[in-house]
Design a protein around this ligand. Sequence first.
Ligand code: UDX
Length: 443
Amino acid sequence: MKNIAVAGTGYVGLVTGVCMAENGHNVTCVDIDEQKVQTMRAGISPIFEAGLEELMKKNIESGKLHFTTEFAAAYKEAEAVFIGVGTPEKKDGSADLKYIATVAKQVAESLEKDCLVVIKSTVPVGTNDKIEKFINDFLVNDVRVEVASNPEFLAQGSAVKDTLEADRIVIGTESKWAEEILTSVYKPFGIPIVSVNRRTAEMIKYASNDFLALKISYMNDIANLCELVGADIQDVAKGMSYDDRIGDKFLNAGIGYGGSCFPKDTSALEFLARQHGYDLRTIKATIDINTEQKLKLFEKARQQLITFNGIKVAVLGLTFKPGTDDLREAPSLANVPLLLEQGADIYAYDPVGGDNFKEFYPEGNHSQGEITYVDNPETALEEASVCFIFTEWGEIKAITPKRYKDLMRSPLVFDGRNIYGVQEMADNGVEYHSIGRPLVKNK
Ligand code: UDX
């Protein structure tokens, strides 16, 4: 059992803290927001994440999980401090390290005994070296501090499972001392540990995420070609997936990837390459394809309709993927403003993302259009002339093709997630445009 402090209680920090406690460590999670800390002490999670609250409550009750704003007290007792604060993207595509710097300085000023500082946040290659120097420059007491890289590979919505049952744990260290501490922290997890040097660990994180983003953009690229040549991307993906070297995951073509990782991590790697005078063409193409893909259905619809002005448009799904209330880089955020500009009367449905979306687009008028939020998809569809599907929530997949025909004024559906079969939609009298699949006309 180790004394662990975790800085930041977002997706990465909070899930790390909770899973460390679940594996027997004594964990104190630090956040600057007193209100948030009070809520978490009561076992309430500030984020929507399957299984998280149960584990929070369990470990708070057993006395292994604590929350505080008193960072100095938490850090000075810790044998390891995990940093999981945000590294948002700056305008130039580089990662903004100001939150890490703030925490690093606080850690340096608080430490009273030897400590390993572990960076969980995704940071550009070479950053851990800089953080180590930064902390050592600000140290108040004569203690040993090293920095280790320990990237996370969790996906939102399955963050707890992805952490407790990860495929691998990557640790990047520069000394036996650091390697041993981190190895013993992770021993109870019973997961294979890949131990490499720090820069390699940082690169593994970017290379993994960007590879997944590339895989999606590749499938979207092929999907667009499928449309032109009359092939079906879903069947193409199925045919590819039997090859072990390709695998059957992340082959779903759609309206582009979003979220807090892929868009940011592709830009950051491309930026890093540029800084070193290297042209990272694969990732540049990945980003370009994704940007265009997000507007693919809007462009199709625009060609189809004379106008969106005054037309009721159902928007089903606002979050970047199901199972999260996160809207970061969601395709909805690229499309809704364009629809509003064109005067659409939007009825938006999302099982959990509506409140967050309202912060960008409060209910009511915006430019030429209007947006109304509804709490079930059928209300959005009633008398609508067009429907866009942006997220494959179960509640949306549960709508049968017939309901589109029954409810809509004209059953014209643009599906960014390929939820339905093209033939079943046609059989039910729905004009159905999806991604990378043939348009089947109802005879
Ligand atoms: C991702 C990685 O999966 C995770 O390992 C990393 O640590 C953080 O980034 P996350 O952003 O939570 O996790 O979501 P993920 O489930 O990977 O989906 C990302 C985006 O890709 C979503 O917008 C999703 O809709 C899209 N996607 C995913 C596709 O378009 N097609 C696919 O086949 C898979």
